[in-house]
Design a protein around this ligand. Structure first.
Ligand code: GLC
Length: 704
């Protein structure tokens, strides 16, 4: 394994890595210069590219900005932000030298990637205590894979979690949820799950159900599941301070909450008002909180989303007092510009303050540790708390769990969504560019709030965004209160018809998406890749992605665009897909092309000597019938595909082999088909469409 480890200061074990690498002498650190024991620098060549940093603003190439790894409750995902909800400290530099760097540190890390000086990279770790891993490999793919071996296998979601999911902060009651499900059923739109946002709880208390709006919750969960729809409740980090509330009482009694400098439970305010934060970094507290999920799994719940776990703080008693004092002081005064701004800022800066993060403590292995020093581990350990509990509940069952805050290490326990984006075209573009960097950091089960969380979406944005999201493992339409209703059935009839077909396309693509996702998880590979990861000598194209091994996509993300430019690093087969049922293909040569893309079309490129596997849609994942699959092969010489599938719910995937391996070899004017299938292969029939470089199409059937 070509990984070197260097240690600085006294390092807290973050459990981000799983391999035991012996530490090397700092004097031998390759590539990077060490300054003042807490800064690493590297001179960049003009053409060097920097990949990585997972969840962050800007492009696939992170060069030209300064990023700070410090998990932040940041709803404004604009270009000038330095941190979002996650801290993903892995980079790959490609160019004069090509290598990976991982900074294993639980606190803040600053990545100045050519911001202060455009040709210099500087990584500063203010706390001085950290490990650096330098990862080598013979290719970008190999470096990425070596890194994934270092940090351990990515979380595997259940197969039903690949279905379409509807969510909105604002569904208040059982009736609201039933109306959503009805909206989908009445319009024949597939759906697999609906999220329950904070309103399902009794006054925003974790592990409670509002009995007035959700009476007989257990049967409700059961009834919906029998219709193929699962409910996915939210769990927030803060525990409401309320006499008689079991989670609060127990946590206080056992000392499981984070404490202030006087060793009293620290008080902050979030949704329910004043809360305490469970001390997820204290093992006992983590196990205790995790076991609370059973309250909901006992009622038939099979998945959750963990939120506000940066942790987000609306205000503390101190920050509120400061702001209010300022307000009283300003009463009846004639405020000039600066005093008015002061007053306004005292409220704008009331939450998520560093000062507050510096005033509470964790009990880690018997030691008191100030929160800001281990800030980035909080969300990670909340996810771990749930994952460990699921393991106890049923060690062979896959539960769905995805989180807002995360750091590398959390990728072994759950997926993530990318937080509170907006219904903006630029956020669709950011979503596209973020996906490969998330994959590099191990987060394969991920996705953004499709159509945008904040702001009102337009119908064309809804269509274009769904056209991209059909490829993301987590495919969730989520929005906030007060915005335009963006459930697919809430648009005009023509848009409903288009969205129905797009969502059907997703379900037809699940055999390919799931097979590629599972192979990527099992083999430490990426499901989404920048095109340079397969075509290293080519220049990076920021808005085209490789999806799995066979496809390239070039989504349209500009309003009113009726097409777009694409760059093909080699000859490919274009399928400008409207419905997966209508097949018409065109061979495009290597190079630049302008392609027309109607609003209802999703351009898909099948790579040379590769195969796309398709099924048929159904109303939900559990009802997919993939006994018969369609294979579309673009064959110049020989194309092979290893098809992976499993039951999707147990963890038997560890020793599961490919259901079938197929090879299609061109022989004179015909093709030789070789299929090697499992004895009890559930796939019985393959319908092959084989296209060669001249565009000649041959159809064949193969019975397994
Ligand atoms: C946070 C989450 C968002 C959720 C809201 C209410 O803003 O990021 O997804 O809807 O809280 O729970």
């Amino acid at each position: 394994m070509r990984i070197k480890k260097f240690c600085f200061g006294t390092v807290i074990n973050t459990e981000a890595v799983v391999l035991n690498i012996e530490k090397s002498n700092k004097g031998e650190m390759p590539y990077l210069q060490i300054r003042d024991e807490n800064e690493l620098t590297y001179e960049l060549e003009k053409s060097d590219i920097i990949y990585g940093l997972g969840e962050n603003v800007r492009g696939i190439n992170k060069r030209g900005w300064i990023y700070e790894s410090f998990c932040s409750d940041e709803f404004d995902h604009s270009e000038d932000r330095k941190s979002l909800y996650a801290a993903h400290n892995f980079l790959i530099i490609q160019g004069r030298e090509t290598f990976g760097v991982f900074i294993d540190c639980p606190g803040k890390v600053i990545f100045d990637l050519g911001y202060t000086k455009k040709d210099s990279m500087s990584i500063t770790i203010p706390e001085n205590d950290f490990n650096v891993y330098i990862i080598d490999g013979n290719s970008l793919k190999e470096i990425a894979k070596n890194f994934r071996k270092l940090i351990g296998k990515s979380y595997i979601a259940p197969k039903w979690a690949f279905g379409y999911q509807q969510s909105r902060w604002g569904y208040k009651s059982k009736e609201d949820i039933l109306n959503v499900v009805k909206g989908f059923k009445d319009n024949d739109i597939p759906i697999d799950w609906v999220c329950l946002d904070i309103d399902y709880m009794e006054r925003f208390k974790d592990f409670t159900i509002n009995k007035e709006t959700y009476d007989d919750f257990e049967n409700f969960v059961k009834d919906l599941k029998s219709q193929g729809v699962r409910l996915i409740p939210i769990i927030d980090a803060g525990v409401k301070i309320e006499k008689g509330y079991e989670v609060y009482e127990e946590g206080v009694e056992k000392g499981y909450f984070c404490v202030n400098e006087n060793n009293e439970p620290f008080i902050a305010a979030v949704w329910p008002g004043k809360v305490h934060f469970p001390d997820f970094l204290n093992k006992e507290a983590r196990v205790w909180f995790g076991r609370k999920y059973k309250y909901l799994t006992d009622k038939g719940i099979e998945g959750f989303w963990n939120d506000m776990n940066e942790p987000a703080i609306f205000y503390t008693e101190k920050s509120l007092k400061k702001a209010l004092d300022k307000a009283y002081e300003s009463k009846d005064k004639n405020l000039d510009v600066y005093s008015f701004f002061d007053l306004k800022d005292s409220f704008l800066e009331i939450g998520n303050r560093l000062e507050d993060y510096e005033s509470f403590y964790h009990k880690m292995d018997g030691k008191l540790i100030r929160h800001d020093k281990v800030h980035n581990l909080y969300g990670y350990n909340m996810t771990k708390s749930a994952a460990e509990a699921f393991e106890e509940i049923d060690s062979n069952k896959r539960f769905l769990i995805f989180s807002r805050a995360s750091t590398i290490g959390a990728h072994r326990y759950g997926g993530i969504w990318t937080g509170d984006n907006k219904s903006w075209w630029s956020h669709l573009e950011m979503n596209i560019k973020m996906m490969p960097n998330l994959n590099l950091c191990g987060f394969l089960y991920s996705g953004a709030d499709t159509v945008g969380f904040g702001c009102d979406c337009t119908e064309d944005l809804a269509i274009r965004w769904n056209e991209f999201s059909i490829f993301t493992p987590l495919y969730r339409n989520h929005s906030t209160k007060g915005t335009r209703n963006q459930e697919p059935y809430n648009f005009s009839q023509n848009t409903i018809d288009i969205l129905r077909i797009i969502i059907e396309n997703r379900y037809a693509f699940i055999p390919y998406i799931y097979s590629e996702y599972m192979k990527a998880c099992k083999n430490d590979e990426c499901y989404f890749k920048p095109i340079t990861f397969e075509y290293e000598d080519e220049t990076l194209v920021e808005d085209q992605l490789l999806v799995g091994d066979s496809l390239m996509i070039a989504p349209v993300y500009k309003q009113n665009a009726s097409g777009r430019y694409v760059y093909l690093p080699e000859e490919m087969l274009l399928w400008n897909m409207v419905s997966y049922k209508d097949r018409s293909f065109k061979v495009l040569s290597k190079g630049h092309h302008y392609i027309d893309v109607e609003l209802e079309a999703t351009p898909i490129f099948i790579r040379k000597n590769k195969i796309l596997v398709l099924g048929k849609h159904s109303n939900c994942v559990d009802n997919l019938n993939n006994e018969e699959l369609d294979l579309i092969a673009f064959v110049d010489n020989k194309a092979c595909y290893n098809y992976y599938d499993d039951d999707g719910i147990t963890k038997k995937y560890d020793n599961q082999d490919f259901q079938f391996k197929i090879s299609i070899q061109k022989k004179d004017n015909n093709y030789e088909i070789g299929v090697d299938a499992l004895e009890n292969c559930p796939v019985k029939k393959l319908n092959l469409t084989i296209i060669d470089s001249q565009g000649n199409e041959v159809k064949k059937k193969y019975n397994i």
